[in-house]
Design a protein around this ligand. Structure first.
Ligand code: BDP
Length: 688
């Protein structure tokens, strides 16, 4: 009987090990003899003195027996030597140095968090078969996740369950998951987390909640992670019962100052505030005739004595049916360049509209010379198929970061701008809207974990490539077999373009379902705001399709440096993947490959569906080579993705055909349903 119980327990543990909970930290056994020969003799012991190194040591003790099958003993002269050394010659306080000698590997850093990063670097090197020596520093100061979590446990645009934070249990009970969350982030170098939705409830600033926030901050602190809060600009009125929240009124300023003092008395290393003001109905300084500068600087002054930061979002756009939302952030913020206090960062979404599957870079990045800007990426797949579509986002992040902005009329990547190299920023930041939730595997789609991973790695080093990041992630998560690894890597690298092909080819944008942002609804012509419809963006008519943003149209291109916008300005030279972002393209315009636009456009949707079928076939080939539960989970989601890719194809082809009035290209089978039938699918999905 006892034996059976053991076997049952063993089986349960096996199943557990495959459910994705451990992310890229399952530390499965290394088989490669070369790696074992290099590391085993040098990791027989751990040597450290500093008490602050406990979490680093704990990670080593957890990982090394699993990876190498040895249990390092404590102390001695050789082995893994971990040292905090304030005098070490590294300029970056979060950096670290790794050196290797005959019997030892030494990790030294000016601060304990650097040693922790060094330990995670070492574990990554072991799992990717690399040697660890070198000096390493993050290229970005603030490496941040933004959680759009509400206090009732829901997550705005979250597709992996409920919020990780259990407000009703805090501060007394600390879910063990909080610590695993911190470990996962620290393993990537993420050092900041905004724990609540940008559409912020004022309640998070109440004394009742602040003790709960403190409890989380205490768990995250040993992992080098600072807590930030999204704040509701009207809090002095809502919580403080003041008549209003006018940032120029002394009593409002006093309220914020006292609130900041209260927060810092509980959380001495509190990071600061993230603010969505005067955007999509949120309150802000403009409610009182004041400006973004007035609002941001007032908060900055309250935080300044404590070393806190304000992240003020540039995602602000007035509803103007005649305008072009593309231009809004620039128009709102460019006039204020140079007027923000020195602890304010303006947080800008990667593109000018809103996290579309492919966007040109936001022109603001090229225009604010005197104000540090933070990059806001979206990791949760709001517009990229939620948790049923496999999209490896690092390809998109990389495309954006490597964009040559032509600032100063020379090669200047967006990555360099973010690193502060171009305009000499005093602060640098990359943030990602998190895709985590209470699902056992954290991200819903098992491959979504790679997007969290990639955001963290790119925030540390925005010059890394999607390809190498995929390889790292795969060998720590799915397989270390090189053939399996490279097969999965090629799949991952193809996924973003596949998604673009069946949803938004040639720069088509904002044609998704209204409100919920899932599935195709290119026919949406009415919404609470004109710039939430699809028609506003695609402008399809009998002549063609696309938004003319050249000087014959909205002239949004004028917001970029001339040298950047020049190729985009003409139909002849505009990169084809951006055509509909900048031009109203005639249906019968000839493209480079000889097809007329209509045909090329339709073919992309069909190609996308075929490519999903290809993904399905390729995924079948890794059966038995990756954890079974992950295999099955991804297979099932690919089936849904396939079904939904056909949905997208049928909807877009049939709908736009009503404008082009042209036949499908030869050889393509017409959709099996009518446009009216496709439109009804929304009801089947019961999303609204
Ligand atoms: C949009 C989302 C909305 C967010 C908003 C934002 O649809 O839920 O509140 O962005 O970033 O993409 O503030």
């Amino acid at each position: 009987m006892k034996r059976y119980l053991f076997i049952l327990l063993f089986l349960c543990l096996q199943v557990r090990a495959e459910d994705g909970y451990k992310l890229w930290m399952s530390y499965s056994k290394i088989e490669d003899p070369k790696t074992l020969n290099f590391y085993k003799p040098r990791l027989q012991a751990i040597v450290w003195e500093d008490k602050d190194l406990e979490v680093a040591v704990e990670e080593v003790k957890l990982a090394i027996p699993k990876l190498l099958g040895i249990t390092p003993k404590k102390g001695g002269k050789n082995g893994l030597i971990l040292k905090v050394n304030p005098h070490i010659n590294i300029t970056n306080p979060e950096g670290y140095k790794v050196s290797v000698s005959g019997q030892s590997i030494t990790i030294e850093a000016p601060r304990s968090v650097g040693v922790l990063y060094g330990v995670f670097h070492l574990l990554r090197c072991i799992q990717t078969g690399q040697e660890p020596a070198g000096e390493f520093s993050p290229k970005i100061q603030h490496r941040m996740l933004n959680h759009w979590d509400n206090n009732n446990g829901t997550i705005e645009r979250g597709y992996a369950g409920m919020s990780l934070w259990k407000w009703y249990e805090l501060p007394e009970r600390l879910d063990p998951r909080y610590k695993d969350y911190a470990r996962a982030n620290a393993s990537l170098g993420i050092n900041a987390t905004v724990i609540n939705n940008v559409n912020a409830s004022a309640r998070f600033l109440s004394s009742e909640y602040l003790v709960k926030v403190k409890a989380l901050a205490d768990v995250f602190r040993p992992y080098g992670i600072k807590v930030y809060l999204s704040v509701n600009f009207a809090s002095p009125r809502i919580l403080g019962k003041l008549p209003d929240a006018d940032p120029l009124k002394p009593e409002v300023q006093k309220w914020w100052k006292e609130k900041a003092d209260e927060i810092y008395s509980l959380i001495p290393d509190f990071g600061g505030f993230l603010v969505k003001a005067n955007s999509e109905g949120e309150p802000g300084p403009m409610d009182y005739g004041r400006t973004h500068v007035d609002g941001a600087n007032m908060l900055a002054k309250a935080l300044k004595p404590h070393g806190g930061m304000v992240f003020w979002r540039a995602f602000v756009y007035a509803p103007d049916p005649k305008g072009d939302r593309f231009k809004a952030a620039y128009e709102e913020f460019k006039p204020y360049d140079g007027q923000f206090d020195d602890n304010v960062i303006i947080q800008v979404k990667n593109g000018p509209i809103d996290f579309m599957p492919r966007e040109p870079i936001s022109p603001l990045f090229t225009a604010m010379e005197k104000t540090p800007l933070a990059m806001e990426f979206q990791v949760t797949q709001e517009y990229l198929g939620w948790a049923t579509h496999w999209v490896y986002l690092a390809s998109m992040f990389e495309e954006c970061l490597k964009t040559d902005t032509r600032v100063k009329n020379r090669k200047t990547t967006l990555s360099e701008i973010l690193q502060g190299k171009t305009f000499g920023y005093r602060h640098t930041a990359i943030t990602g809207v998190a895709n985590t939730g209470s699902d056992r595997n954290w991200t819903g789609h098992p491959m979504g974990q790679a997007n969290w991973y990639a955001l963290g790695r790119l925030a540390w080093d925005p010059d890394l490539g999607a390809k190498e990041i995929a390889q790292e992630w795969i060998s720590q998560t799915l397989s270390r077999d090189s053939k399996t690894g490279s097969d999965i890597q090629s799949m991952m690298l193809s996924t973003r373009e596949i998604y673009v092909n069946y949803t938004s080819p040639f720069g088509l944008h904002h044609v998704m379902g209204e409100g919920h942002h899932f599935g195709p609804e290119p026919w949406v012509e009415k919404a609470p705001r004109p710039d939430w419809t699809a028609l506003y963006y695609h402008k399809a008519d009998e002549k063609g399709i696309g938004f003319d943003r050249t000087n014959t149209g909205s002239n949004a291109l004028a917001q970029y440096p001339k040298e950047f916008s020049a190729p985009f300005s003409s139909l002849e030279t505009c990169p084809e993947e951006f055509l509909l972002w900048f031009h109203h393209v005639p249906w019968d315009r000839k493209l480079k490959n000889g097809d007329i636009f209509w045909e090329a456009f339709v073919k992309k949707f069909y190609q996308g569906v075929k490519e999903v079928e290809g993904l399905q076939r390729d995924w079948e080939k890794v059966k038995g080579k990756v954890p079974q539960e992950t295999f099955e989970n991804v297979s099932a989601r690919l089936k849904t993705q396939h079904k939904e890719a056909i949905w997208w194809r049928d909807a877009c082809v049939l709908y736009f055909q009503t404008f082009s009035k042209k036949a499908l290209p030869a050889g393509l089978k017409a959709p099996e349903r009518t446009l009216e039938e496709v439109k009804k699918i929304v009801d089947v999905y019961h999303i609204r």
